[in-house]
Design a protein around this ligand. Structure first.
Ligand code: COI
Length: 324
């Protein structure tokens, strides 16, 4: 079997070589995203693997299929960049990488603690030898209610990790599960917006979750609410979120993902102007922590993403793995 592996980062190459050897497959690797222009790289391939930034829409999937490719995997959990309906209609098999939830869960806990204890302004001040305390007083989790939106593997892991801190958990998810119910009281989303001191999003990006944090949702939240998003940028209407930071409605904001981050995150723009106005504006706030979509980024997760992405192609092609 021969596969084209798109969006390859240097940190993946060792794992790719290891998995390639174990599977005995031929690979064409490229840092490029998969587009109509770069599809020629996959000539003669049986499968394609991407990593979250290739927009696999109906038109591109049709070209992929026409080139004789039978399976596509993404080395990510999220599949929002793939038109699954079009893939089904074309008979293209699709797989994702359900790597362990620990990397993103660890990161969520870190962001929450950084925000609650004002780590960003403390670090700024410390860098200029200002060791005073005013403005740095924090909050303790034991006295707070944490709302988890989306109680799949990551949402559950976040609650498991945070359970030692003694906070109260509330949760919202259209598909409640028993594991999450051990930690949290499920309730409608509107009620969660109203009751939570801290809210962390772990929902997939779907039509039904697009801009779930909008003006209306924000108006229901407590003044000074702590909001965290390590899932997908478009879950939040960034115009509404920016206004809520300005007004103080949002007291602390931690975003590892950002609406329209494509073309910015995971790239070096040191000498460029930032083309995302909200991103450029929001990052100045002392109570806003932005990071470059790196919650997943651990040695362990990367190894698993590569393994699941490439093994997934073999599995989809030999029939041992079912398509999404
Ligand atoms: C995911 O696995 O869904 C991620 O967000 C990782 C990233 C490389 C796009």
């Amino acid at each position: 079997m021969k596969f084209a592996v798109y969006e390859v980062r240097p940190d993946e190459t060792q794992d790719i070589a290891r998995v390639q050897q174990a599977l005995g497959v031929e690979l064409v690797c490229t840092p490029e995203t998969c587009t109509a222009e770069t599809l020629a790289l996959a000539a003669g391939c049986d499968g394609i693997s991407t990593c979250g930034y290739s927009a696999l829409d109906a038109a591109l999937l049709a070209k992929i299929k026409a080139q004789g490719i039978r399976a596509v995997t993404t080395r990510t959990v999220g599949t929002n960049h793939i038109d699954l309906t079009a893939a089904h209609a074309l008979g293209l098999a699709v797989g994702n990488a359900n790597y362990g939830p620990e990397s993103v869960a660890d990161y969520t806990v870190m962001l929450l603690l950084m925000l609650l204890r004002n780590y960003k302004p403390a670090m700024w001040l410390q860098q200029v030898n200002d060791f005073s305390l005013p403005g740095l007083i924090g909050r303790q989790l034991r006295h707070l209610t944490v709302g988890v939106v989306g109680t799949g593997r990551i949402g559950c892991q976040v609650m498991q990790d945070l359970s030692g801190f003694g906070c109260r958990f509330i949760a919202a998810d259209p598909h409640p599960n028993e594991k999450a119910a051990q930690y949290a009281t499920y309730m409608p989303l509107e009620q969660l917006w109203q009751e939570a001191d801290c809210i962390t999003l772990h929902a997939p990006l779907l039509e039904s979750t697009y801009h779930m944090v909008d003006r209306k949702a924000l108006s229901m939240m407590k003044d000074g609410v702590v909001l965290i998003n390590c899932a997908r940028g478009p879950l939040m209407d960034m115009e509404a979120v920016t206004e809520a930071v300005e007004s103080g409605k949002i007291g602390r904001l931690g975003l590892d993902v950002f609406e329209n981050e494509e073309g910015i995150y995971h790239e070096n723009h040191k000498y460029d102007d930032l083309k995302n106005r909200e991103m450029a504006y929001l990052r100045q706030f002392r109570n806003v922590v932005l990071t470059q979509h790196m919650a997943f980024y651990t040695e362990e997760a990367v190894a698993e993403m590569v393994e699941l992405g490439l093994r997934g192609l073999v599995g989809l092609l030999d029939g041992s793995q079912t398509s999404l």
